[in-house]
Design a protein around this ligand. Structure first.
Ligand code: GDP
Length: 306
């Protein structure tokens, strides 16, 4: 998987490589430092973390000099790793539980985010990951706004061999579909129910009402274990602002950063975690069923330094 991550990130050129090449120029001029700053900002790390990293690198390089490429690399690696925060709990809460009534219930994962970020694809890929871990999975198509969305999820269900609960009626109440999915999952004794939602953003109050209702109605069958926010890594600061809207209306427990295969802007990992205070738990590295990986801070930093 490591090799794959490296290969995917390397294809679009990487932040780490650019930084290393500047840092190893010998005695660094102010122009070199400006170039480093620009590189970090262009990679979407964000202004706060960029300033922080710049200060630390300046100090350390002053002490160390840049004659020893390995030492420079080690410093950069340690500093990037600290920014990505390796201490965050990135485990997915997907173990079934037992309710107050003593009845077992599935874990439930609600997947939210703006349309086009890769929500439905992520739900499909996540089902594949969970099935590979020997878990029984059921999917709920609560994006009832477009019939095509449910069809797309259905195709994913067939592809990875898991049942899909959907409504035949376009515009059906998404909360009702989510409820039906968790109920069906509970009755079938599955381990995890993953629910896909619509991500129309034109009105924050509507979004809040809709997601709030879905979560509340689902909870009548089983508590919501994870709320995963899907964010497209290629949309930069704009995506970050949209992510903030979702984080404001629903308690997000983890971020899925998609399309990392198509961008050199890996710095968005740092920015979004800082901004929302929520860990990146999964990353999307392509459109195929096996292109979802757990996010590992050390692996990620090694890949961008490759
Ligand atoms: P939704 O509207 O949020 O449900 O988004 P979709 O799941 O329909 O995905 C939108 C597009 O992004 C589709 O063409 C997907 O194949 C593509 N996509 C999703 N995840 C990834 C990823 O990790 N990498 C790449 N390259 N494409 C992705």
């Amino acid at each position: 998987r490591m090799t794959r991550l490296r290969a995917r990130l390397a294809r679009s050129g990487t932040l780490g490589r650019s930084l290393l090449s500047i840092l190893s120029r010998g005695s660094l001029t102010e122009a070199d430092w400006e170039e480093i700053e620009e590189t970090l900002l262009l990679a979407d790390i964000g202004i706060g973390p960029t300033t922080e990293l710049m200060d630390r690198l300046r100090t350390q390089v002053r002490v160390l000099g840049t004659d020893d490429p390995q030492a420079v690399r080690d410093v950069l690696r340690a500093e990037l790793l600290a920014l990505v925060d390796p201490g965050m709990d990135r485990s997915l809460r997907v173990s079934p539980g037992v309710g107050d009534d003593g009845e077992p219930h599935p874990a439930t994962v609600l997947v939210v985010g703006v349309n086009g970020t890769g929500k439905t694809t992520t739900v499909g890929k996540l089902a594949r990951v969970l099935v590979a871990e020997d878990r029984e999975v059921l999917l709920g198509a609560a994006d009832t706004f477009r019939a095509a969305a449910a069809d797309q999820l259905q195709t994913w269900g067939e592809r990875v061999g898991v049942p899909v609960v959907r409504s035949d009626r376009e515009g059906a109440d998404p909360a009702a579909v989510a409820f039906d999915a968790v109920k069906a999952g509970r009755e079938a004794g599955v381990d995890v129910v993953v629910v896909d939602t619509a991500g129309r953003l034109q009105n924050k109050t509507d979004l809040m009402n809709e997601l709030g209702k879905i979560k509340r109605i689902m909870s009548r069958q089983a508590p919501v274990s994870e709320v995963l926010l899907v964010l497209d890594a290629t949309t930069g600061q704009n995506g970050l602002r949209q992510a903030q809207v979702f984080a404001d209306v629903v308690d997000v427990t983890g971020i899925v950063l998609t399309k990392l295969d198509g961008t050199a802007k890996g710095g968005i990992v740092v920015a979004v975690q800082r901004e929302l205070g929520v860990p990146v738990k999964l990353i999307g590295l392509g459109e195929g069923p096996d292109d979802l990986a757990p996010f590992d801070a050390a692996e990620f930093v090694d890949a961008i330094l490759e």
